[in-house]
Design a protein around this ligand. Sequence first.
Ligand code: SF4
Length: 347
Amino acid sequence: MKLEEILNKENYSRDEIIYLLNLKNPEEMQKLYKHADEVRKRYCGDEVHMRGIIEISNYCEQNCLYCGLREDNISLERFRMSVEEIIETANQITKLGIFTIVLQSGEDSEFDADFISHIIFSIKQKSNAAITLSLGERGFDEYRAWKIAGADRYLLKHETSNKKLYSLYHSKQKLIDRINHIKFLKRIGYQVGSGNMIGLPMQTIEDIADDILLCKELDLDMAAFGPFIPSPNTPYHSKNAGSPELTLKVTAVLRLVLKNVHIPATTALDTLDQLGREKGLNVGANVIMPDLTPHPYRDNYQIYPGKRGVADDPVESALKLQRRVEALGRKISFSRGDSMKIVLPAL
Ligand code: SF4
């Protein structure tokens, strides 16, 4: 296969994606990155969208083998933010000029349909910021209630499209259910994000190619692919972390294959590589997601250890990120950064 021919294609086969993910020659990798950056510029422009994350609860009823929030991790100090704290933090985020608020938690049924609806409604009373929910796999009635209350987007990562690995990592869950939830969310009008984790134990390059193709098939609005980082007190605590270099290749290939979707340069990449955000933004990413969870909670949202910026003041940390983006010659967007695709009205 000739690299130039592949790079200029409109659609990519599984074999071509695998070929790109397997590139090792530094010169060829630079060509891939440059081309992905050009495609990003063509479809998304130079603006970088900021999504302000509030980690509202670190309780979780699941036991994913790779995650520090898993229910069996009894060494983790658990928290739930109060309604007032969540709403106040959301207000502060919009004052920073960030107009997407991501409410994130483990799968915590204590935060039920009414509780989350009340928060969404209260935030929407004061601002037109977009609200993204990242609350795990929840009931279809809950998704619907939250959409009616004003939620705009839902982030539900599939983590792996390999059915066997999915069942291994998530003993209580099935891949088919996860995909059906993603399809349902799209159907009722959410802008939907999903993605995988790169470097999970036993994952192959072919699996990652399938993850990318699944994102295309699901016609996502956002795709987030970050590296796996082993977490203490989990069954995978002694496994190797995902490779930052492979994460960059995946980011570039995602941009080539998916084109007009939002792709973040993830905090996990920035944790493994001091210039991870810059490198991600240079190879196809157009989004960053600063953690604006207030102290003392932010220290205890430990999906993985050593998260970059966790000890910092959240506002200072977000401003520092803005400066890093601007130093690249990219502009911070002050819009909501909605889907670049047509979104159906809510049911
Ligand atoms: S990945 Fe999500 S659902 Fe799984 S244990 Fe962690 S927080 Fe819970």
